[in-house]
Design a protein around this ligand. Structure first.
Ligand SMILES: Nc1ncnc2c1ncn2[C@@H]1O[C@H](COP(=O)(O)OP(=O)(O)OP(=O)(O)O)[C@@H](O)[C@H]1O
Ligand SMILES: [Mg+2]
Length: 253
C-alpha cells in the first residue's frame, strides 16, 4: 500500500504546488517511486500530456494513460482542469481512481486545492498523511487550522506543518508560535528564496535547477526525514575553500 500525502493549506498561494513538485522530485532522487497528482507546473512536456485525470474520471481512459514521467523519474498526473474544477466529478469515482493509482506507486502526493471546497475535502479524505503548508503570517493561521481540523476528522494523520517563505520579515511568526497556534509540529521551514521564482520561470524544478539553494536544501531535508534517510547538505563554498586551503598547506587534496 502506497503512502499518500496530501499537501494542503487553508489560504491559497502559500506554496503547495512548489512544495508538492519539489518534494516529489526530491523523493524520486532518493530512489522512491513517486506520483504527483496535479502539480500544474513547470514539469517538462506539458503539451504532450493529452490524457488527464479529467478523462480518467469520465471513464474515457485508464489511470495509467494519464501518467507522465517527469524529472528524476517522478510520475505526474495532470488534472487537466484544476482539481477545483473537478468538483463535479463523482467523489466515489475519484476515490476509486486514486486507490488504483496508489497501487501503482510508492508515494502519492496530492497537490490539494486551497480551502475546503469539495475537491479539497476529497483530497484530504484520500490522503493518509497531511502536510499543512503555511506562511509565517497571522492571516494564514485560522484557515490552516480549519484545514487541519477537517483533515483529522476525515481520518488523516497530520505529518506536520511546512512553514514556507520563512524568515523575511520582523513581523513573521516564529516556528514556536506557529506550532502553538496550529497545535502541530513544524517539520520544515523553507526560507523565502529568489531561486524559487527563477526555477519556475525556467520550467525546471528548484531541487534540480538550484539544488544547493536554501529552499531546495530545506525541501530535500524534509524528503529525507519523511523516508527516514539521512541527508547531509553538500559542503558550502566556504567549507570547500577552507578544505582546499588546508589541503594546499599540507599537500593533501
Ligand atoms: N520559498 C519560497 N520563496 C520564494 N517564493 C516562493 C516560495 N514558495 C513559493 N513561492 C512563490 O509563491 C507563489 C505561490 O506558490 P505556489 O504556486 O506553490 O502556491 P500554491 O499554494 O500552490 O498556490 P494555489 O493555492 O494558487 O495553488 C509562486 O509564485 C512561487 O514561486
Ligand atoms: Mg497550487
Amino acid at each position: 500500500m502506497a503512502l499518500s500525502i496530501t499537501v494542503a493549506s487553508g489560504k491559497g498561494g502559500v506554496g503547495k504546488t512548489t512544495i508538492s513538485a519539489n518534494l516529489g522530485v526530491a523523493l524520486a532522487q532518493f530512489g522512491k517511486d513517486v506520483t504527483i497528482l496535479d502539480a500544474d507546473i513547470e514539469m517538462a512536456n506539458l503539451e504532450g500530456m493529452k490524457t488527464t485525470l479529467h478523462q480518467v474520471l469520465a471513464g474515457q481512459a485508464p489511470p495509467s494513460e494519464a501518467m507522465y514521467v517527469g524529472p528524476a523519474g517522478v510520475k505526474i498526473i495532470p488534472a487537466g482542469v484544476s482539481l477545483e474544477g473537478l468538483r463535479d466529478a463523482d467523489p466515489d469515482v475519484l476515490e476509486s481512481v486514486l486507490e488504483e493509482l496508489m497501487e501503482q506507486t510508492e508515494i502519492l502526493i496530492l497537490d490539494s486545492p486551497a480551502g475546503l471546497g469539495k475537491s479539497a475535502v476529497t483530497s484530504l479524505a484520500v490522503g493518509q498523511e497531511l502536510l499543512l503548508i503555511t506562511n509565517p503570517e497571522i492571516s494564514s493561521m485560522s484557515d490552516a487550522l480549519k484545514t487541519k481540523i477537517v483533515a483529522k476528522k476525515l481520518g488523516a494523520h497530520v505529518l506536520g506543518v511546512v512553514l514556507n517563505r520563512a524568515g523575511t520579515d520582523a513581523t513573521d511568526l516564529t516556528i514556536e508560535e506557529v506550532q502553538t497556534i496550529l497545535e502541530a509540529t513544524v517539520v520544515a521551514a523553507v526560507p523565502e528564496d529568489s531561486e524559487v521564482r527563477k526555477s519556475s520561470a525556467a520550467g525546471v524544478p528548484l531541487v534540480i535547477k538550484a539544488p544547493n539553494s536554501p529552499a531546495a536544501l530545506a525541501i530535500k531535508k524534509l524528503a529525507a526525514d519523511l523516508i527516514g534517510e539521512k541527508y547531509a547538505p553538500p559542503v558550502t563554498e566556504k567549507n570547500s575553500f577552507v578544505k582546499r586551503f588546508i589541503g594546499g598547506l599540507f599537500g593533501g587534496r
